[in-house]
Design a protein around this ligand. Structure first.
Ligand code: ATP
Ligand code: MG
Length: 474
């Protein structure tokens, strides 16, 4: 039987909490006010309330309401309904989407099998039921636009103060219902600096292998979300400690075990990645390269020992190291090719630039990522930075100085930290001619990295479209 934390409803009035409307997105406020002014309950829900209470800037603002999807559509011209089993409304403002969902509940016990519910099979419910179907207590808080009060049905306020991540309900059931919640626990604990509560930890250690039942694109998406907010070293070490990494990427987990566990070199590269000044904007290709670099180095050393007089093909070794990422997580081609290219190009930074070829290299679209990756490698290993400084100088002279300032630069706050930049083409495209187009509904900005075409890299597969093959770079 499902048990819920027996929490009483707590209401914190405006003067008892720190959420100000000044910190709420103006478009989210428009949605909240229109719903409220037409007689509906309108709450800010989920991660945005959590982040505002913690004094952080929320990534997105979600709205919960008692209005039904069709009512929401009637209220907003800029609204699109998505989802088949449970319809969600996306209210669109330019590139921004305010996700607006009708309160829902978990199905009744007799609608479930063995006490395990399917999250998609849900029906409309009350605000309290909606709070209790959510994953963690700190994610189950509401902010009421009518009274400006924070409403807590699940004990989230107490856990927020104690900085504890606790499941709503029995973690043994909630994690089996949706194994991706185990990865979310790790993500939030790392990002917020919270402790995962004992019951949750025990449940993850018991049910970690259920992650194999989760959909690959969701797991892949969550893996790359672990890199956001400069907390990848904590996130991946929690993933490894809780045995989840063993089920998701066994090859990497085995490498960590044999290379010292808690003192494995993997952690110093991730710490250097987190400390990089642009860590939030780096592409998933750079992130994958940082995660796999020690494993790549191990294979490279073995190949060089096995063939002391032969020339070791670094691209071949790179594909071998990254094979598990492609095979198990179906990581997009662009991400993999970026990581392969970064491993391959790394030796170019051992010496400073030389005339001719170096000028061409710094103008290559991948150079910026290669530079960032090498900064991270040197920071992790504590090496000499003089050659790197020369490359930076040349890059500033050849590329940065000749660039006209882009209008959208400096607007990174509005950008979604989860949006992978690998989706950008590696080769610079010719400018497109402007064409008049009929207006179509905009799609949400955040696309799963797994939405792109999956690829499996095999050892002897020749990457015909590898960006580094025909561009004059070696
Ligand atoms: P972020 O800052 O990463 O967006 P978030 O808490 O807003 O964090 P989302 O993935 O955007 O996370 O989900 C929004 C809300 O939906 C969560 O706060 C949580 O209440 C609920 N939720 C999301 N995924 C699940 C899940 N798998 N099970 C139960 N509730 C979930
Ligand atoms: Mg969110």
């Amino acid at each position: 039987m499902l048990f819920f934390n027996r929490e009483k409803k707590i209401v914190r009035e405006r003067h008892e909490h720190c959420i100000s409307r000044n910190n709420i997105d103006p478009d989210a406020l428009k949605v909240l006010y229109r719903l409220s002014n037409t007689g509906h309950i309108a709450y800010l829900v989920g991660g945005s309330v959590r982040d505002l209470l913690l004094g952080r800037h929320p990534k997105d603002f979600d709205v919960g309401t008692d209005a039904r999807p069709n009512d929401i559509r009637r209220l907003f011209r800029n609204c699109f309904l998505i989802g088949r089993r449970f319809r969600l409304a996306h209210v669109v403002f330019g590139r921004k989407v305010i996700e607006t969902s009708t309160f829902r509940r978990q199905p009744d016990e007799n609608e479930s099998e063995n006490g395990i519910y399917q999250t998609e099979d849900n029906t409309f419910g009350t605000p309290e039921e909606d709070a209790k179907r959510r994953d963690f207590t700190v994610n189950g808080l509401f902010y009421d636009i009518k009274t400006f009060a924070v409403i807590d049905y699940v004990g989230g306020l107490k856990d927020l103060e104690k900085r504890v991540l606790r499941c709503i309900g029995d973690p043994n059931i909630r994690f089996r219902e949706d194994p991706v919640r185990m990865m979310r626990a790790v993500k939030f604990a790392a990002r917020l600096g919270f402790e995962i509560d004992r019951a949750c930890r025990k449940a993850i250690l018991k049910h970690h292998s259920d992650i194999a039942n989760a959909s690959v694109p969701r797991v892949c998406e969550e893996i790359f979300r672990l890199f956001t907010y400069s907390s990848s070293s904590t996130a991946f070490s929690l993933l490894w400690e809780h045995q989840l990494l063993k089920d998701i990427i066994p090859e990497l987990s085995a490498y960590i075990d044999r290379s010292g566990g808690k003192s494995s070199p993997v952690w110093k590269y991730l710490r250097a990645l987190d400390a990089h000044p642009q860590s939030a904007e780096l592409s998933n290709g750079v992130r994958a390269a940082c995660l796999y670099y020690p494993l790549f180095a191990e294979i490279l050393r073995a190949e060089e020992t096995a063939y002391p007089h032969g020339c070791v093909n670094r691209q071949h070794v790179a594909r071998k190291a990254l094979h598990s990422l492609a095979e198990r997580l179906h990581v997009p081609k662009a991400t993999l090719f970026t990581a392969v290219a970064l491993f391959d190009l790394q030796h170019r930074f051992a010496e400073g630039p030389r005339k001719g070829r170096s000028q061409r290299f710094v103008r290559h679209p991948i150079f910026e990522e290669a530079l960032a990756f090498n900064q991270i490698v040197i920071a992790a290993e504590g090496g000499n930075t003089s050659a790197l400084e020369e490359w930076k100088k040349l890059y500033d002279h050849e590329v940065v100085a000749s660039q006209t300032p882009r209008a959208d630069k400096g607007n990174s706050e509005a950008e979604d930290v989860d949006t992978p930049r690998d989706a950008e083409p590696l080769e610079s495209e010719p400018p497109r001619r402007r064409r008049r187009r009929r207006r179509r509904p905009l799609r949400p900005e955040t696309e799963s990295p797994a939405d792109a075409q999956p690829v499996t890299v095999t050892e002897d597969e020749a990457p015909a479209d590898d960006p580094m093959h025909d561009d004059g770079c070696d």
